[in-house]
Design a protein. Structure first.
Length: 285
């Protein structure tokens, strides 16, 4: 097709179009470059979600804090492989041995307890330990005050964590416990003037065992009978929580709020007789 000369673009229009084509926006990011075989190495969103928050706290072990009046609040990172000189450690409690010494013990006579606890995996070799421990033990006790304990496990992909045993007690106050998603083991809850409550996510994964005289017993996760032989002690995860005047609530660590509404918490109303078969000997509160 022949275009008449009067319809052809002028020299001025051609120069303007050329200048527009060469404009580079400084705010635009440079194009992504991939070397040979690198296309599949871009971190996905799911990988980024696996990154865990680690508090800016120095790891420690065998921590003991006790107050008569006042709240106990803080963040602690527990390194179960950290060996401390016996001269720096608090005296053992009645019935306690070096093998059963608590990794973290928090106590308040008149005050609340609010603890964020991060548990590191054990060392890859047991040579750093005087004697390898079988579990990580966390105790939180208040006579007059609420108790909130948030447990976080910082698992190494190549190292499994030690079992966690957490015990919470208060005479007057509520108990809120956040457990890691990896928790698998016994849950014992004892209440006198209150009730046990579980978030929906937790409730969907627990197996109720019994509800007798205010003692509610259940098992979180899939139970493997081979891990419990005869009358041997259970060495997996364990939660014991007791409140005389207050409710006990259990969540997963990544659940946002401890103040559960009726839509996210369900009062336990198990109508189960005395536990039968081997479950009857699994629990002693």
């Amino acid at each position: 097709m022949i275009i008449p000369e009067d319809q052809l673009p002028s020299k001025k229009d051609l120069e303007a179009n050329s200048e527009r084509a060469q404009v580079v926006h400084e705010d635009d990011p440079p194009p992504m470059y991939f070397g040979p075989g690198q296309e599949s190495e871009i971190p996905s969103t799911s990988t980024a979600c696996l990154e865990r928050y680690v508090p800016n706290e120095r790891p420690s072990n065998f921590i003991s804090i006790s107050k008569i009046n006042g709240a106990v609040q803080g963040t602690w990172v527990i390194n179960p492989g950290l060996v401390l000189p016996s001269a720096l450690l608090p005296p053992l409690e009645k019935g306690e041995t070096e093998e059963t010494r608590k990794n973290l013990s928090l106590d308040s006579r008149n005050g609340a307890i609010d603890a964020d606890v991060y548990v590191l995996p054990p060392p890859s070799t047991s040579s750093a330990l005087v004697k390898p421990r079988q579990r990580v033990t966390v105790h939180a006790k208040s006579w007059n005050g609420a108790v909130t304990v948030k447990l976080h496990d910082l698992q190494d992909p190549d190292t499994s964590r030690l079992p966690i045993h957490v015990a919470c007690h208060t005479t007057n106050g509520a108990i809120n416990v956040y457990i890691p998603r990896s928790f698998r083991g016994i849950i014992n809850i004892k209440t006198k003037n209150g009730s046990p409550r579980y978030s929906e996510a937790v409730r969907n994964l627990i197996v109720p065992i019994s509800d007798i005289h205010g003692v509610h017993r259940s098992f979180m996760g899939q139970f493997d009978p081979s891990q419990w032989e005869g009358d041997s002690e259970w060495l997996g995860d364990e939660l014991n929580a007791e409140s005389w005047n207050g409710s006990v609530k259990v969540f997963f660590e990544d659940e946002a709020d401890a103040n559960m509404s009726s839509s996210t918490a369900t009062r336990t109303t198990m109508k189960i007789g005395r536990s039968q078969s081997f479950f009857g000997k699994l629990f002693s509160f």
